[in-house]
Each structure stands twice: as C-alpha cells, then as structure tokens.
Ligand binder design. Structure first.
Ligand code: PLP
Length: 366
C-alpha cells in the first residue's frame, strides 16, 4: 500500500484502517460467502439483511444501549439531520429548543432548524472567534425546552466537549459526526445521536442515527416516509435502495474496533496519546505553532493551528506534501492548518507528523 495512505490527515473524509481497506479490496472483487462483488449484491438479499442486523447490534454494543434505541443508516449526510431532527421532535407552536452555537457546523444547523420551528441560541462563541466552548456556569439552559442540540466535536475549529452537557430532564440531541465511536460515550443520556460515517467509521454515503424509541411517538403523521425515523426503523434502513457498500464498510470498521482495537476505551487511549503528542509540539514551540482552541476544549480529533504568517503556512503545506504528509490545510472557513487524527490514523503516523513539525520549525530558525 502507498505509504501516503497512512499519512493522510484530512478533515473529511478521514482515512480508513489498513486492514479494513484490504478487506474492502477483497469485497469489491468478491464477498467470499456470497461469491459476488459487494457492489453488485442486492439490498434485498439475506446477506445484506444480516449485515444490517450485525451492524445495528455492533453499534448498540459499542455505545452500551439496548433495544429501546433504534440504529438507522440513512442518506443525506449529517446535513439532512439538521432538518430531520426538528421535523420530528420540534413542536411548531411550543417552547423553543435550545441550540448551542459553538463553531462552523453548529452554525450550519441553525437556519435549517429555524425553518421547522422555534429555536433559541442558548450560547454562542461567535464573538470570540469560536476559540472556546461554554463552561457549565456560562450556560443558561431552558429546563422546559423540548430538547438541547449541540455538536460534540467542532471539526473546523478543533473544539470538543469532554463532558455530557445539559440536564438529564431535557432531551439531548447531539451531532457526533467527527468524534463518533472515537471514545466511550454515555449514550443512554442522549435521546438522539447522529453521525455521518466519513470521519471515523467509513466512507461517505451513510449517516448513523441512534434514537430512543419512545421519542418517535409524537412525531407528525404527515412526514414523507423517507424523512420519518419511524418508517426507516420499521424497514431496518432498507426503505429504498440503501448505500450497501458504505454500510458494509462501516460494519467492517465496527468489527475492527471491537476485535482488533479492543473497544472504545482502548480506542480512546490511543486517540489521547496521538492528540497529546501533537499538542505537545504546539506547546513546546514558543508560539511558532499557535493552537486555535482553548486548552481545556482541545479536540482529540482535529488539531487546528496557525503559523506566524500565511506565507509560512503555504510553505509548511508544500514541504509536508513533499514529505508525503497530506490533508493538512485548514478548513476554508477559518484557513490555517489542521491535522485530523481520526481513529484510523496511527500513533506512528502522528509521530512522523510531529517530527516533521519540529524539523520545519527548526529550519525557520536557522
Ligand atoms: N456536522 C459535523 C460536525 C461535520 O463535521 C460535518 C462535515 O464535516 C457535517 C455536520 C456535515 O456533514 P455532511 O457533509 O455529511 O452533511
């Protein structure tokens, strides 16, 4: 395999584990137990029904939730969930739902939600350039809100909540697109979690929704089937032609997480080591590498940083590319640089990046 594959620090889509890529390569030619390419197996086959059933169970087991949670595999990306959540769960003439505006992606959620019903921005980090997250004492949440929505990891700014937010008596809804299955999570404290696959768990094309059964009882009856969690749950995500390939790859990634890595606590321990190594480089650089996020809110997934000027950032990117390290350009919304170190990025790859960063800094000082 080309070594550049292991040194891909792209913010999205993220890299996939090498073992999984090899299994995918095999499955594209032939899924052994079926004798057909995964790209040509019917979504109505027994094989695919078993894939979905195993994947539903794997995700329940990794998250520690029971059968009172539906696990759905939907299309439309995380973006579709920005609308689907309020369509089902936001009463049009009741109290507003609380939304936190903590960065680029939670900002994208707001207009979509407003179109469906009343919402209130309970906290915004916009004035401070989304450089930190709220502490509990700066959060004034509405205890009678129909739900609280937040984004657990702001992919662009590299901000991550390291605790569950809000009160247990208000329904929690969380976009976990960029840190899903990267660490243990107290999933039972959430009513609904959504996450697209293309960061930690697979290719683009499928979004996982984990939703507690009883929440769906009061959803409006006139939703189109495709946008109704109940119809999707009844059909086990095979309401129409689903993205069979993407779902199959997510299954392979969950097997890798459970059996090769050893579960989410083990994954978290590796992810922490990776993040500590990179933030260590930032902190020891005498201000040469300037981290975007306040220390307390640093993301274990996306390390966003700047250099003293833009010309130097361009040189950094060019030199990194020449050294085989790719995907380090920051998101277009804030510029700068970003190293995304999702589950499949190894500690060894992070060591190589850290060494490169130290050498680059050393070269500028000479
Ligand atoms: N939410 C978060 C946290 C993201 O990082 C992204 C994209 O990177 C999205 C939502 C949008 O996802 P999609 O492109 O799948 O609609």
């Amino acid at each position: 395999m080309n070594p550049r594959n292991a040194l891909n620090f792209s913010g999205g889509p993220g890299a996939l584990p090498e073992n999984v890529l090899r299994e995918v390569q095999q499955a594209i030619v032939e899924v052994p137990e079926v004798g057909l390419s995964v790209l040509g197996i019917s979504h109505r086959s027994d094989w695919f029904a078993a894939v979905v059933a195993e994947l539903e169970d794997n995700i329940r087991s990794l998250l520690g939730v029971g059968r009172d949670y539906h696990v759905l595999f939907l299309q439309g990306g995380a973006t579709q969930q920005f609308s689907m959540v309020p369509m089902s769960l936001l009463p049009p003439d009741g109290e507003p739902a609380d939304y936190l505006h903590t960065g680029y992606w939670s900002g994208k959620v707001l207009p979509a939600a407003r179109r469906e019903g009343p919402i209130r921005v309970a906290w915004s980090g916009e004035r401070d350039g989304f450089s930190h997250l709220p502490s509990d004492d700066t959060l004034a949440l509405n205890e009678s809100a129909p739900y609280l929505h937040y984004v657990s990891n702001e992919t662009v700014e590299g901000l991550q909540f390291h605790r569950v937010l809000g009160q247990d008596n208000v329904l929690r809804i969380c976009d976990m697109s960029s840190d899903f299955l990267s660490r243990p999570v107290d999933a039972q404290r959430f009513g609904l979690i959504y996450a697209h696959a293309q960061k930690n768990i697979g290719p683009a094309g499928v979004t996982v929704v984990v939703v507690r059964d009883d929440l769906l009882e009061n959803a409006p009856e006139d939703l189109p089937d495709f946008l109704d969690y109940r119809s999707q749950a009844r059909a086990h995500s095979i309401l129409n032609t689903p993205p069979v390939f993407s779902i199959y790859v997510v299954l392979l990634v969950t097997r890798w997480l459970m059996h090769d890595v050893g579960g989410l606590a083990a994954m978290d321990a590796i992810n922490r080591q990776k993040a500590e190594r990179l933030y260590g480089v930032l902190d020891a650089s005498d201000g040469f590498f300037r981290g975007h996020a306040a220390e307390r809110d640093r993301s274990l997934m996306n390390v966003a940083f700047n250099l003293p000027d833009e010309a130097l950032e361009q040189r950094f990117l060019a030199d990194a590319e020449a050294a085989g390290l790719s995907g380090l350009k920051g998101h277009r919304a804030i510029g700068g640089l970003r190293a995304s170190i999702y589950n499949a990025v190894t500690l060894d790859a992070v060591e190589q990046l850290a060494d490169f960063m130290d050498q680059f800094r050393g070269a500028q000082r000479r």
